[in-house]
Ligand binder design. Structure first.
Ligand code: PEP
Length: 250
């Protein structure tokens, strides 16, 4: 039985003060939920202050990106060791905004996934097709190749990962995939992992759905057999809506 995981991707939102306030409200609102992993992913500037206020609580910290190298002349970048230093447990990799706005390829994502695992960070690896690709009937081909290329060479360690299926057309648009559409792709992803890394890894890997998850649609999405929780953008920016989504993960 896989434990569900609900993560909030705060993107480029929240000053330190606002982030701490939100983290405290989330921490206090989900302190009784040991049956689901709850993660908040603030911007880099708020990682340390949020880490301090959620220490000794079940709420876990995630970053939104990182560089694959340990250290060096990479102006503006953050290393896996720096994330560990502030007690990050998770790191979102290959988010569609990183792919489309900052040119991240599957090969780059693959290097980051390997580096994250080496540093005992759990990668949340994002994949998903654009609207154009879905309408051209390419969803399966695109998602399959993103999973295969992003996870190339990871082997059984895939069991430790989280994969987020985030159809690009559903991110921040208010338009979510139906539970049936999402389940179909989640099942495909699990089958791709099975072919690459074996049955045990496929059974263990957690696959989140992301894309306009709201309190009103979370329960139905999370009830599907291959949907192990959600990666939440807009609805994670306010504690009441995020906590209601957490409550939908049973
Ligand atoms: C995201 O950016 O990961 C996301 C799922 O955003 P939203 O929930 O706002 O669609």
């Amino acid at each position: 039985m896989r434990k569900k995981i609900v993560a909030g991707n705060w993107k480029m939102n929240k000053t330190v003060g606002e982030a701490v306030e939100l983290a405290l409200a989330v921490r206090d609102g989900c302190s009784d939920r040991s049956d689901v992993d709850v993660v908040v992913c603030p911007p880099f500037t708020a990682l340390k202050p949020v880490s301090d206020v959620i220490a000794n609580s079940p709420l876990k910290l995630g970053a939104q990106n990182m560089h694959a190298e340990k250290s060096g002349a990479f102006t503006g970048e953050i290393s896996p060791a720096m994330l560990r230093d502030v007690y990050c447990h998770y790191v979102i990799l290959g988010h569609s905004e990183r792919r489309s706005l900052f040119g991240e390829t599957d090969a780059v994502v693959n290097r980051k996934v390997k580096a994250a695992l080496e540093h005992h960070l759990i990668p949340i690896v994002c994949v998903g097709e654009t609207l154009e690709q879905r309408e051209a009937g390419q969803t399966e081909t695109i998602v399959r190749s993103q999973v295969e290329d992003s996870l190339e060479g990871i082997g059984e360690a895939v069991a430790r990962l989280v994969i987020a299926y985030e159809p690009v057309w559903a991110i921040g648009t208010g338009r979510n995939a139906t539970p049936e559409q999402a389940q179909e792709v989640h099942h495909l992803i699990r089958e791709v992992v099975r072919a690459m890394c074996g049955a045990a890894a496929a059974q263990a890997v957690r696959i989140q759905y992301g894309g306009s998850v709201k309190p009103s649609n979370a329960r139905e999405l999370f009830a599907k057999p291959d949907i192990d929780g959600g990666l939440i953008g807009g609805a994670s920016l306010e504690a009441p809506s995020f906590l209601e989504i957490v409550r939908a993960a049973v």
